[in-house]
Design a protein around this ligand. Structure first.
Ligand SMILES: *Cc1c(COP(=O)(O)O)cnc(C)c1O
Length: 370
């Protein structure tokens, strides 16, 4: 049977991309904020309604840089979620900060805002929540807590590109939001990422940090690295952005097809659509509990039929081997996240996934439960 992977990158037509990169052969300008970089930045600022977008070679470095730009004292504590990709926690630790893990909500798997305040200490400097699977965090509660305690909020919005809450883009909450434009995300620039913010001084720092801390031909003001998005990446973004609405509409049809088979099945849980949220259909997480088969059995049955689902997120980051020595580590400290990690599977989802394939995937799953 034909292999179905969990995701498949969206691409413009070969001709459209070639047309877009033709000008690079004329200019021989391949990176360092050239015309494609400038065009994509402008288009994203407009699309997201955000004053500042700064582009990165990937989402991880975007997150590392925006945390660095805030210049928190070393040893500061950052309240975050373990129910995420390795990148979120690593970006905190690689900045010399200590992650303090807050458990997640049972319904949408985002940070449980009710549990944040007890975790705040004198050392707390920031909150780094994740809009996991494209589900929006309780941005109002989180931002209110941060304001009350004088903390920064940096959203890992890697999954939430083009998601809106009450008509406002996910780019616009907190002090900053990071997007990933990795090949597997809803919108890609091959590899890539961005930080979105409203603060003029912050974006100025970010623009320097991603380019060795250089502020002018004869002046270097920060110990920066290199995290610039190149022209080929930006050109892919310019092309993919033209097709974003169509991409999301197709994903929606795929998700609706999955729901038509799986909604209401005993022992299978799908996230309910969030109130006032315009979704992007980035992922389809399914939680198996009290179904005839457990998550690992469903995963294996799909694998047997050449369908790759993903145990995303398992393991959770507070149980990573590299964090074993961290005083805040331990999956048992975040029981909801630990529960989900053992039971969740994200199913194949991409714009061009055939509805007949969705039917077949659901047949395999439902058969496991018999
Ligand atoms: C993809 C992802 C990242 C990292 O982005 P890259 O572009 O792959 O570096 C960070 N956080 C989350 C939640 C992600 O899914």
């Amino acid at each position: 049977m034909e292999q179905i992977l969990v995701t498949r990158s969206s691409m413009p037509s070969f001709e459209e991309y070639c047309e877009e990169i033709k000008k690079l052969w004329d200019s021989h300008w391949l990176t360092n904020m050239g015309v494609e970089h400038q065009a994509l930045q402008r288009q994203l600022e407009e699309k997201l309604g955000c004053p500042h977008v700064t582009l990165y070679t990937n989402g991880h470095l975007a997150l590392e840089n925006v945390i660095a730009a805030m210049e928190f004292p070393k040893g500061g504590e950052v309240i975050t979620t373990p129910f995420t990709f390795a990148s979120t926690t690593h970006a905190i630790v690689r900045n010399g900060l200590t992650p303090v893990f807050c458990d997640v909500r049972e319904d949408d798997y985002t940070m449980n805002a009710d549990l944040i305040e007890p975790l705040i200490t004198e050392k707390t400097v920031a909150i780094v929540p994740v809009h996991v699977y494209g589900n929006l965090c309780d941005v109002e509660a989180i931002d209110a807590i941060a304001k009350k305690h004088g903390l920064k909020v940096i959203y890992d919005a890697a999954h939430a590109f083009a998601v809106q809450y009450k008509g406002v883009s996910s780019a616009c909450f907190g002090d900053a939001a990071m997007f990933s434009f990795h090949a597997t995300k809803v919108f890609n620039t091959i590899e890539g990422g961005a930080v979105c913010c409203r603060d003029d001084a912050l974006v100025d720092t970010l623009n320097k940090l991603k380019n060795f801390g250089i502020s002018g031909p004869e002046n270097v003001v920060y110990v920066g690295g290199n995290a610039k998005m190149n022209e080929f990446q930006a050109a892919m973004g310019v092309c993919n952005l033209r097709h974003l609405d169509e991409e999301i509409a197709k994903r929606k049809a795929v998700v609706e097809r999955y729901r038509s088979h799986l909604d209401g099945v005993k022992g299978i849980r799908l996230c309910a659509p969030q109130q006032d949220v315009e979704p992007n259909y980035a992922y389809l997480p399914v939680v198996f509990d009290g179904f005839g088969a457990d998550r690992n059995e469903v995963f294996a049955a799909l694998k047997e039929q050449n369908v790759t689902a993903r145990k995303y997120f398992y393991p959770i980051t507070n149980s990573f081997e590299c964090y074993a020595a961290l005083p805040t580590a331990g999956a048992e400290k975040t029981p909801v996240a630990a529960y989900l990690a053992d039971r969740v599977l994200t199913l194949p989802l991409y714009a061009d996934l055939a509805l007949a394939d969705v039917d077949r995937i659901c047949d395999i799953i439902l058969n496991c439960g018999k």
